[in-house]
Design a protein around this ligand. Structure first.
Ligand code: LRH
Ligand code: MN
Length: 437
């Protein structure tokens, strides 16, 4: 592996970057601590919870993303999973919140998974939920001779379904090799014209296929079903919404759960209520965090609708507070960085997800329940807003400082010269036509 000449991972460099900022953080932290104490909140308890909070980085998002129109690569594009892990290590080292990486197969396939796990371990990284891919063809890949143009696990042709089933079982085997706890199955299966697909038969073929995968994976290994309203299919999608996902997960088995990608809903859908329903059903797998204004824009988490992200975490903290049975969601980012340095976006997004969690921890749940039971909408709303409008920046910065991460991750990253260092050693990738990755 080429040696990257950058102090981005070096403790002394990070400490030197923090030196000028530490006194300010401590002063702000103490002031916030006093203010929270007057609200009966122990800032140290919040900071410990925030420091323990982690969200997985998506291996496929450290390279520049694109749209169907174009992709504009920057310098130092990762060439393979090893480059991607080095970039993920910088995200984790500086922002201190992404100790695991979510892999995508076959994009991240290698010959030696023990070697890959050791390589990641040496960078301070582990592996999180993996992802299968039957939403594009894989020319030259002997495991995928048949096309997924008209679907995969729900395809009308049993041979294509069998190929897609085999791929998902293979991904579960790879997950076991790297210690990943689950497999996320997202499909592009659907239709572009009314009449093109029989909704019921397609759904039943899908359930039958996932049930075959479920029967083949080790006991305890989880399958996460990811719903999406549209794209690449533009009329119907087999797992189009949380209802379809829940019905399928309930049909498949106890370890089959429903993953919520924030961008996979129509604008203005009440995602926080979907979260509450999936928690109620004991079927919440976890999240692909990102943000969006219109479609599956895969923008940086918290960049467009931070209050919505807060309201999602308000439901998650409420579930923790109620000790909801089987509540153990997996947190992952799933974004496409078309105009920013992906490392800066992933660090910033991890911090924004942490921010929403910290704010949700500040909600006075006993008071909120009282106002809800007393039908006092104004005070109930104000109770949430008070938590959301509390500037928790000192808590986030203190949590990073105590983890030897960077108080200002983007500032430290830019000062490290990492991007120009990788640009020097990784051959430039030509720009080109579309595609998110
Ligand atoms: C589909 C999706 C899915 C991934 C892909 C990269 O839109 O959210 O989770 O497999 O993006
Ligand atoms: Mn996703």
């Amino acid at each position: 592996m080429d040696q990257i000449i950058s102090p981005a991972l070096d403790q002394d460099f990070i400490a030197s970057e923090n030196a000028a900022l530490t006194a300010g953080v401590e002063e702000d932290y103490d002031a916030l601590g006093r203010a929270l104490d007057r609200r009966g909140i122990d800032i140290e308890a919040i900071t410990r919870a925030v420091a323990a909070f982690a969200v997985a980085a998506p291996s496929w998002a450290v390279g520049s993303g694109g749209t169907r129109f174009a992709r504009f690569p920057m310098g130092g594009e990762p060439r393979n999973i090893f480059d991607k892990l080095e970039d993920c290590a910088v995200v984790n080292r500086l922002a201190g919140a992404t100790p695991t990486v979510s892999l995508h197969f076959p994009w991240d396939e290698v010959d030696d998974y023990k070697g890959l796990t050791e390589f990641a371990g040496a960078l301070g990284l582990g592996f999180d939920v993996v992802n299968s891919n039957t939403f594009q063809d894989h020319p030259g890949n002997a495991l995928h001779p048949l096309s997924y143009k008209y679907g995969s696990l729900s395809h009308t042709d049993p041979a294509v379904r069998a190929q897609a089933v085999a791929h998902n079982i293979h991904c579960a085997e790879l997950a076991a090799k790297i210690g990943a706890p689950a497999l996320t199955i997202w499909l592009g299966d659907g239709s572009n014209f009314p009449g093109q697909s029989n909704f019921t038969r397609a759904f039943e073929r899908y359930i039958d296929s996932v049930t075959t995968v479920y029967a083949a994976v080790p006991g305890g290994f989880k399958l996460f079903l990811e719903h999406k309203m549209y794209e690449p299919a533009f009329y119907s999608t087999v797992i189009q919404d949380w209802g379809s996902s829940l019905l399928a997960a309930q049909a498949v088995g106890d370890n089959c759960l429903c993953l919520v990608d924030l961008g996979h809903h129509a604008p203005n859908v009440n995602i926080e209520m979907i979260v509450a329903r999936l928690v109620h059903a004991g079927k919440l797998a976890g999240f692909h965090f990102n943000d969006s204004k219109y479609g599956d824009d895969d923008l940086d988490a918290g960049a467009i609708e931070p209050y919505r992200l807060f309201l999602v975490f308000n439901e998650l903290v409420d579930a923790e507070y109620r000790k909801a049975p089987g509540f153990a969601p997996s947190y992952m980012l799933d974004q496409s960085h078309n105009v920013t340095d992906p490392i800066e976006s992933l660090m910033t997004s991890a911090v924004e997800v942490q921010r929403a969690y910290a704010q949700a921890l500040l909600v006075d749940r006993a008071a909120l329940e009282g106002f809800q039971d007393a039908n006092d909408p104004m005070m109930a709303s104000q109770t949430l807003k008070r938590a959301f409008t509390t500037d928790v920046q000192p808590i986030l910065a203190m949590a990073r400082l105590r983890k030897d991460a960077a108080i200002d991750p983007v500032g430290a990253y830019r000062a490290s010269g990492y991007r120009s260092a990788v640009t020097r050693i990784r051959p430039a990738k030509a720009g080109g036509s579309g595609g998110i990755v």
